[in-house]
Design a protein around this ligand. Sequence first.
Ligand SMILES: Nc1ncnc2c1ncn2[C@@H]1O[C@H](COP(=O)(O)OP(=O)(O)OP(=O)(O)O)[C@@H](O)[C@H]1O
Length: 262
Amino acid sequence: MKLEVREGSFQYGSGKALFKNISFSIKEGEILTILGPNGVGKTTLLKCVTGMMPWKYGKTILDGTPLDTMKKTSIWQKISYIPQSHNVVFPYKVLEMVLMGRAPYINVFSMPSKKDIRMAEQTLETVGIAHLAGKPCSKISGGELQLVLIARALASEPLVLILDEPESHLDFRNQLTMFKLLQTLAEKKQLSCIINTHYPDHALRISHKTLMLAHGNQHLFGKTREVINEANIESFFKVNTKIVTIKQNGKDIKSIVALSHE
Ligand SMILES: Nc1ncnc2c1ncn2[C@@H]1O[C@H](COP(=O)(O)OP(=O)(O)OP(=O)(O)O)[C@@H](O)[C@H]1O
């Protein structure tokens, strides 16, 4: 599904504009990462993209249809949003939590069907946490909860998956597992993904496109390998870096080494 943001602008109340005239788009099977310093507006931007907060100016367009003309249930059947996890204690078991992802398909007065339960179980397996199905969400770790939230989002069979700092709480190995999963879903199921991250390395590794934000309404959108370079990182993050390339099994893997900051 093609998601486009056209000339998006936003500010809280009568404060200063957080961002002005931002435009970007992703197609089926593409991964977009959003990078930028703390407080620049990445989470707010995702909320505007999904319609949880209204754009001041501009719009989000899904396959040619402006989001603000669509019904909420129709939007949430297409888009799944995973907020930053804050270790909130949910009184539900993991399987019940993932079943909530089926909500856009379940009538308000109905119980989940066998198909819904099977889908939730399959999703737990896909994410590699089937063994947690019967555990209360209040008794799992922060990283496990993050994986449960990803499973819940996938259970709704979205066409667009939006994740706010999905690697927070995940250990080194689970970060790789999650990124591999997102790449597979993008490649095999043509899922479109938008990911907020604090790690330019991760953006380089998995995304086709990058939107970089800086304070003072600066932004840059384009192909990841064009947007992420030493000069742009210095300009947007005020950090001096060196991008190094390692050859592994005939593939170039790039990594960003921080050298100094102002
Ligand atoms: N509900 C709100 N009302 C007013 N200002 C807010 C509100 N939520 C966030 N802000 C402010 O808007 C700015 C952007 O916040 P946001 O959480 O979108 O940034 P971010 O780039 O996601 O930050 P981080 O990288 O630290 O998670 C910050 O200065 C924040 O203090």
